[in-house]
Design a protein around this ligand. Structure first.
Ligand SMILES: *Cc1c(COP(=O)(O)O)cnc(C)c1O
Length: 421
């Protein structure tokens, strides 16, 4: 092949191997041009839920192209978007009655932040502070980087990022500290919203915290008139064991962001769900109160059709049962590493399992990260550690035997840490 013109995401082209070309995907696998089947243990960056090229979703996409492509979504509407909105309201925690479409997780979060500020301003009591959780990730646009953890990823753009207030990550034993910190910040009644990744902080290192903390944060937010934004872009669609992670805390956020698994991972689409109170704050004969946001591809009909097929799978097939079975397998299989000095923080939440390789230099740029990636790929396994954090976030069609292969490889990979015990 001639020289590639592609600049890949989160890729250091000077030091990383040339990206492997994939020619076909199916179920839990992506196949390389050389004919190697690679087990996709990270659901292709957390988007694939049931499996690659899920037949019903592929069929829905083909059918949708018979009648529709993109249509402007201001002033016009279409059935796939209308039907999907009804389905999302039904699936989401009770009280989220409005669905605003966009096209990526980042835009769904941008929309949420804008809704939050618009809500307070339109109600005549403007608030502008956003409270965020330490180590969180909400996307790579300027706004979403602003509400995410600062570090090597965004050091160059720091001058453009807006100021936010940060509460500590609720690590075991430090949960009261998190709640107290939020309580103090919210008391001033200047905080427009708290934004959190419920139960699992993905890109921050698959950090997990209990539903009780989430429920308590919601209560504090309510008492102080602070909006609660749940970024369920990664955690939604079964990933944490329930359809949405918020269910485990029995809370309804004021705003909920969903994207990755929305179309089963087949096409880009996002939705920001909001309560009626937030919609009503923008509903007025005064046109300056309009919610001023749009993306060209808002509610793409083909993507909406794919999402509807995905909803159909959740409603008609034992998808939830698969999630429960996978969650149990993950917990059972990773247990072998508990008490093993080569690893720390062995943990699972629903279908997500993670552990930290004991190394001297941790963090995203830990030396061991790229080495591990290559090690796994050579064994036909797509695993992409976050620094020294190895995690498995597979599609729900993965089998017990495939998980065994993955855990056996993790056992072997520990030798790469070079520290032993
Ligand atoms: C991936 C992710 C995003 C950003 O989604 P994109 O589709 O990559 O823009 C936002 N929030 C969370 C929690 C994510 O995991």
């Amino acid at each position: 092949m001639s020289r590639s013109a592609v600049w890949h995401p989160f890729t250091q082209h000077a030091t990383e191997p040339v990206p492997t070309t994939i020619v076909r995907t199916e179920g839990a696998y992506v196949d390389t041009r050389e004919g190697k089947r690679v087990l996709d243990a990270i659901s292709s960056w957390w988007v694939i839920t049931h499996g690659h090229r899920q037949p019903k979703i592929m069929e829905a996409i083909r059918n949708a192209t018979e009648t529709l492509d993109q249509v402007i979504f201001a002033g016009l509407s279409h059935e796939p978007a209308e039907r999907l909105a009804v389905a999302l309201v039904e699936l989401a925690p009770t009280g989220l009655d409005w669905v605003f479409y966009s096209d990526s997780g980042s835009t769904s979060v941008e929309v949420a932040l804008k809704m939050a500020l618009g809500f307070h301003r339109n109600n005549g009591a403007p608030r502008s502070r956003i409270v965020v959780m330490e180590h969180s990730y909400h996307g790579d646009t300027i706004g979403t980087m602003s509400v995410g953890a600062r570090g090597v990823f965004n050091a160059a753009y720091e001058p453009l990022l807006f100021q936010v207030d940060k509460i500590p990550f609720p690590a075991a034993g430090r949960q009261q500290e998190t709640l107290d910190s939020f309580e103090r910040l919210a008391r001033g009644r200047e905080v427009a919203a708290l934004i959190v990744e419920p139960l699992v902080l993905g890109a921050g290192g698959m950090l997990m915290y209990p539903a009780s903390v989430l429920a308590e944060l919601k209560r504090i937010a309510e008492r102080s008139g602070t909006l609660f934004i749940a970024d369920e872009v990664m955690t939604g669609w079964g990933r944490t064991g329930t359809m949405f992670a918020c269910e485990q805390a029995a809370i309804t956020p004021d705003i909920l962001c969903t994207s990755k698994g929305l179309t089963g991972g087949s096409l880009p689409l996002a939705a920001t769900l909001a309560t009626d109170a937030i919609f009503r704050a923008h509903y007025s004969s005064d046109r300056t109160k309009t919610f001023f946001h749009s993306s060209s591809y808002t509610a793409n009909p083909i993507a909406c059709a794919a999402a509807l097929a995905n909803v159909g799978i959740w409603n008609d097939e034992p998808a939830a049962e698969r999630v429960t079975a996978l969650s149990r397998m993950q917990a059972e299989k990773i247990a072998r590493f508990k008490g093993d000095a080569r690893f720390e923080n062995v943990r699972t939440t629903g279908t997500i399992a993670a552990l930290d390789l004991s190394v001297g230099n941790a963090g995203y740029l830990a030396e061991v990260g790229p080495k591990l990636r290559t090690f796994f790929l050579q064994r036909g396994l797509l695993v992409r550690p976050l620094g020294n954090v190895i995690y498995l976030l597979p599609p729900y069609c993965v089998t017990s035997l495939e998980l065994d292969r993955l855990y056996a490889a993790i056992d072997e990979a520990a030798a790469l840490a070079g520290t032993g015990r």
